[in-house]
Design a protein around this ligand. Sequence first.
Ligand code: 8DG
Ligand code: MN
Ligand code: MN
Length: 408
Amino acid sequence: QTCEAEVLLFSVPSYACQRRTTLQNQNAVLTDALSLLAENAELSDEEGRGVAFRRAAAVLKSLPEPVTSMTQLRGLPGLGDHSLRVIKDVLENGASSEVESTKRSERYKALKVLTGIFGVGSKTADRWIRDGIHDLRQLGDSAHTLNRAQQAGLEHYDDLNQPVTKAEADAIGEIVEAAVVSVLPGARMTLIGGFRRGKQTGHDVDFLITHPEEGREVGLMPKVVSRLEAQGFLLYQKTTRNSYLESKDGPGRPSSNMDRFERCFSIFKLTEEERGGMKRADTERESDAHSHTSHQIHTRGRGLEAADEDEGVAEERSKPAGRKRWRAVRVDLVVSPISQFAFALLGWTGSKLFERELRRWAGHEKSMSLSSHALYDSKQSRYLRATSEEEIFSHLGLEFIPPSERNA
Ligand code: 8DG
Ligand code: MN
Ligand code: MN
């Protein structure tokens, strides 16, 4: 006879920004299933469903122990009927039939492969699929014209679908920082995104740049980009200028979640010497492949096809003659004035769900509006200043959660 009291029950606050979520996920099998359904919903332009699955996965990620029975889920927030059904299926049968059939579906496979091209979003992929294009070969054979980003994405498809290691991120960091400091002495650069949260691999590398004197950062990005370009480090770049001040958004009411910093999406050319030798990087990459969760989360467009292509690449690399001595890496650069630095840092560290939950908490619980530029208090009709992430959490009435525990 099982006694109720023996069932391990968890107590979990409803917002992800109230919880500590490390990379030690005790429920990876369950969260992988929910994340795949979230991804499928997002790729199908069903954002609401995507968020619901992401929230459910995030709750399970925050639990200190593996879930073994449905009774343990009683009272947990964020678990809707659909997510509960999926969890039940996995607990009882070892896998979710919905997840398995999604993985096998031609549409999902095609969406994965096509959106695995840098510059291709779900809308473009959907249009192509309706034109009968399901893979890269069919895309190549078609009459579709690709924009500059997509051409670069296709050209570097294999590299860009290969996880970036922390060692590679650090190597790129040194190169970019040297360029930044050479064009603006005193400027500072910080690693943001997943690597700041302690991840060992990522789909790209993200950096935030600022200068301690307000205004000195203006016009910095084009100079950094020119410098890196002249050094031969950029395979592709698209820079967008700062549009925060000229925006027509009301106070604290940004028209979208997209922020308005000067930023640059790029594809970086990292050579073997710079990344400290191919051997080391390959070993690291192999160990990543064994870590189920990181592999699933970081790589887009790695269906069966991508796996085949990886083998092709490995073969090519083992040939001593035509061996490629560099790899392409996606790099995002953002420049912020020092007055907004703490907000930019918080807004660009992620995870994406953690950010979404912070904004939801601010709006629903505090009548505040949080962006990567500022925090606006509607009750006081004023902006709340902050020079550190700690201050922003404090303004929001939240306990400070360090980056390594924002892996919701
Ligand atoms: P990964 O690259 O390792 O896969 O994960 P990540 O580093 O967490 O994801 P990311 O896609 O590189 O995004 C990093 C953070 O930047 C994440 O919190 C989302 C945020 N972010 C964008 N685009 C924008 C944007 O336009 N505005 C703001 N405020 N944040 C953005 O990716
Ligand atoms: Mn990233
Ligand atoms: Mn990024």
